[in-house]
Design a protein around this ligand. Structure first.
Ligand code: PEP
Ligand code: MN
Length: 361
């Protein structure tokens, strides 16, 4: 895919801001008037709102498109809204919406994406695609491909975090590795972080915005409302234009790279050492798997089950204790060890099944 940028400007961050939902003409225009002096790149407002539960506010519908048109005329800001089906697309195009955004609940459904992509055939409107609610990178890439095939080549993506079951301080867990992998595969793709939907609350918006910039994201999408507490949707995560101005002022914008040869040389040296350690780690993991295979042979001969829960528990606890001495978090050690353990089980399984095949032949 030869994807073209949605945002032409070179300096970062790219800023998309505006209310979660368009509620009234006054609210839409007032928020835009307050945001225009902050030189945002795109003004957002949801007209059709996909809500998790029925009986919540589901958007003002078509009427709100005229308000967005007024925003354009009065402030000169470019505007975007979420589209989730063919009718939304036709209405949005009729009202000169500049950029369309695809919501997380739409990206999960290839039928919906295809319907929207088909409706866009022959237009050249830019599209920004939120990640699907589930952590599935292929589905996200698949949505990009469907739009690209329909002739839409100005594409960008929005990382808004992923649904999960259980407790978390996030509304949607970021799982940064997923957008990082997307950026690895598509280095020129513009990636915007929607800190509002990741956080779900105001007090962590700044931290997550900074984390995104530190990871070289291209920009932010943040929900801004004149009176957040009385917002008709997502009240807990919206902030006032003044609070948003402060958030922007407090951001530390890092350079994507460096041209300074001295800095580059010291970074290269450190990267070289990291590469060496990585290769050593892999060699050692390979050795560990060979030992696991030996154990597999032994267990097979003596008819012992692969998994010994007590032994596994001991390994994990000991590793977390040791890890803490090296400054490694218990969570990291647990994820790492579980992955190593699974690979050991796979190797042992291979040995045991191989023996079965051998015995039968
Ligand atoms: C939104 O941006 O208001 C929205 C509904 O977001 P998401 O699709 O990320 O849930
Ligand atoms: Mn919202």
């Amino acid at each position: 895919m030869n994807i073209k940028p949605v945002f032409e400007k070179k300096e970062r961050p790219i800023i998309i801001a505006g209310p979660c939902s368009a509620e009234t003409r006054e609210q839409v225009l007032q928020t835009a008037r307050d945001l225009a002096p902050l030189k945002i790149d795109l003004y957002r407002a949801g007209i059709w709102k996909p809500r998790t539960r029925p009986d919540s506010f589901e958007g003002v519908g078509r009427e709100g498109l005229a308000w967005l048109r007024e925003v354009k005329q009065e402030t000169g800001l470019k505007v975007t809204t979420e589209v989730a089906n063919r009718e939304h697309v036709f209405d949005a195009l009729k009202h000169d919406i500049d950029v369309l955004w695809i919501g997380a609940r739409t990206t999960v459904n290839p039928f919906s994406i295809q319907e929207i992509a088909d409706a866009l055939q022959g237009t050249n409107i830019p599209v920004i695609i939120k990640n699907p609610i589930n952590p599935d990178l292929q589905l996200w890439i698949g949505a990009m491909e469907r739009f690209y095939k329909a002739g839409i080549n100005q594409l960008a993506v929005i990382h808004r975090g992923f649904s999960f079951h259980g407790e978390s301080s996030y509304r949607n867990v970021p799982r940064w590795q997923i957008p990082i992998e997307l950026k690895r595969q598509f280095p020129d793709l513009q990636i915007i972080c929607d800190n509002s939907h990741i956080c779900g609350r105001r007090d962590t918006l700044q931290t997550v915005a900074q984390q995104a910039l530190d990871l070289n994201f291209d920009g932010l999408m943040t929900e801004v409302h004149p009176t957040p507490d009385s917002a008709w949707s997502d009240a807990a995560q919206q902030i006032t234009p003044d609070q948003f101005e402060l958030l922007l002022a407090n951001l530390i914008v890092r350079q994507p790279g460096t041209d300074n040869p001295e800095l580059e040389a010291s970074l290269d040296q450190l990267r070289h050492e990291i590469d060496e350690i990585d290769s050593e780690l892999l060699r050692m993991l390979g050795d560990r798997m060979k030992l696991a295979e030996g154990i597999g042979e032994y267990k097979k001969k003596n008819n012992i089950a692969i998994l010994q829960p007590q032994r596994w528990n001991e390994i994990l606890q000991l590793a977390q204790l040791r890890g803490s001495q090296y400054g490694l978090s218990p969570d990291f050690v647990s994820v790492l060890l579980k992955s190593v353990h699974q690979e050991s089980i796979n190797h042992q399984n291979m040995i045991m099944n191989q023996s079965v095949v051998d015995e039968k032949s």
